[in-house]
Every structure is written in structure tokens, then in C-alpha cells.
Design a protein around this ligand. Structure first.
Ligand code: ZN
Ligand code: FE
Length: 261
């Protein structure tokens, strides 16, 4: 059975561990030690490492993991510096086949946070679809625009929003609670958001991860997927003190607003 679980790293990163029987894959191992610990505890073999983008908190553990797992195949975005020698460079539409895990992933190009950023999407027969989206889509938020434009990020998020509603959204950071505080400032009367805020507060009090999210929920609460709505636009305009005619302008204003929220 395919299983996905978070390995906490640094302050608020999750390295996602995908397993089937004793075979394992990790997504964005920023550090190696917590991964090695879980692999040893569970008697797992590391088959592959998937990288979404070049930032150190997503790639820092790759070479140490390869020292103990030299047969593990690394996959990374073609448009960015390879995290290790022998890594397979991926472009939009490519497929990653992991037969030992009975897992097939499709590559989706999602520039914005970085220019080469990719996401991995798996549509299984028996389980809901899985999305590993790195620092592109967060629960209640999106990545900062370090390299891309608002238009690139907005287009990337819209592509992800087009995935099925039951898609499980595996983000790389536990930013949910802070993100929802921002969403609430933009949409104080969104009932779905209010409910989710309460649930998330409870989970965080107990130290429980708020992830994965689902695409249906993100479309209901995440203002970065809701820039086309009149209420969101009105809030962005009020904050900006200027008229915003295009959806991209609303999105860009929201992103700037969040940057110093
Ligand atoms: Zn990043
Ligand atoms: Fe990150």
C-alpha cells in the first residue's frame, strides 16, 4: 500500500516520505539526518529523491543521502542547477516511473517562487491524486516571488487549481496558521475559512501537521487562488489604495501585502 508521511526538518519544513512495502522515496530532503533515522527505524530502502527546486532547505541533504544510498536516483528540475551528479533533469510533462513503489508521477512546471520550480503529480487508481508542490502552493498561501513574476506564479497556481478537488496537497512548509491569518484579513467573512482556522489552531496546539490539504479546501480558503473574486479584489484595492482592474494586478497586490503582513 502506498503511504505518505511527513518527516519534520529545520523549523517548519516537511520532507515527504512516500513508501510502498519497504521501498521509499523522499521529496525535498533539506537535511539527511531525520530521513536516515526514519529509514533505519522502519527498515526502508531509499529508491529515489525528488526535488522541486534548488533552494538549500529542499536540497541540502541530497549528497549525504547518496553517500549511504548510492543507488538512489535523484530527479530535479532541468531549468535549475542539478543538486547531485547523475540527477535526471525533468521538464514539464515528463513522467517519473517508480515501479518498486507502483508509483507514476507527472511533472508540472510551476515557475514563480523560482524559475525552474516543478511539482510532482500522481493520479493513482485506488487513492486520491497526490500533489507534491514544494514552495509553490501552501495551505492558505503561496511561495514568495524570489525569481518569477506575479503572472508566472498566478498561472502556475491556476494550473494546480485545475487538478481534481480531492487532490491531496503536500506542501513543504508548515505555514498554514500564519497564512490563514492573512486570508482572514482579506476575507473576514469567509465561513469555510473561519471553520478551517479553528481546526488548524487546534491541530497546531497539539503539534499535529496541518498537511496535506486538499485542492477543494485551498480553492475555498486560499486568497491566492481567489484573486478573481469581487470581495478579494475589493480588499486588495482598499489595502493598495488604487483601482486594480486585472486579476494579475489583484494577485500581485495580495502577494505584496502578504510580504509585509
Ligand atoms: Zn524555496
Ligand atoms: Fe522552502
Amino acid at each position: 500500500m502506498l503511504n505518505v508521511s511527513p518527516i519534520p526538518a529545520f523549523q517548519d519544513n516537511y520532507i515527504w516520505l512516500i513508501t510502498n512495502n519497504n521501498h521509499a522515496v523522499v521529496v525535498d530532503p533539506g537535511e539527511a539526518a531525520p530521513v536516515e533515522k526514519i529509514l533505519a527505524e522502519r527498515g526502508l530502502t531509499l529508491d529515489a529523491i525528488l526535488i522541486t527546486h534548488h533552494h538549500w532547505d529542499h536540497t541540502g541533504g541530497v549528497n549525504a543521502l547518496l553517500t549511504s544510498w548510492p543507488q538512489a536516483q535523484v530527479y530535479a528540475p532541468a531549468a535549475e542547477a542539478m543538486p547531485a551528479a547523475g540527477a535526471i533533469a525533468l521538464n514539464d510533462g515528463d513522467h517519473v516511473s517508480l515501479p518498486a513503489l507502483e508509483l507514476e508521477l507527472k511533472v508540472i512546471s510551476v515557475p514563480g517562487h523560482t524559475l525552474g520550480h516543478i511539482a510532482y503529480y500522481a493520479h493513482q487508481h485506488s487513492t486520491p491524486p497526490l500533489l507534491f508542490c514544494g514552495d509553490t502552493l501552501f495551505s492558505g498561501g503561496c511561495g514568495r516571488l524570489f525569481e518569477g513574476t506575479p503572472k508566472q506564479m498566478h498561472d502556475s497556481l491556476q494550473r494546480l487549481a485545475g487538478l481534481p478537488d480531492d487532490t491531496r496537497v503536500y506542501c513543504t512548509h508548515e505555514y498554514t496558521q500564519a497564512n490563514l491569518a492573512f486570508c482572514h484579513a482579506v476575507e473576514p467573512n469567509n465561513p469555510e475559512l473561519k471553520k478551517y482556522l479553528q481546526n488548524v489552531a487546534k491541530l497546531r496546539q497539539q503539534g499535529v501537521p496541518t498537511l496535506p490539504s486538499t485542492m477543494a479546501r485551498e480553492k475555498a480558503v486560499n486568497v491566492f487562488l481567489r484573486a478573481h473574486l469581487a470581495g478579494v479584489r475589493a480588499a486588495a484595492q482598499a489595502h493598495q489604495g488604487a483601482e486594480l482592474n486585472e486579476v494579475i494586478e489583484v494577485f500581485a497586490a495580495l502577494r505584496r501585502w502578504k510580504d509585509d503582513f
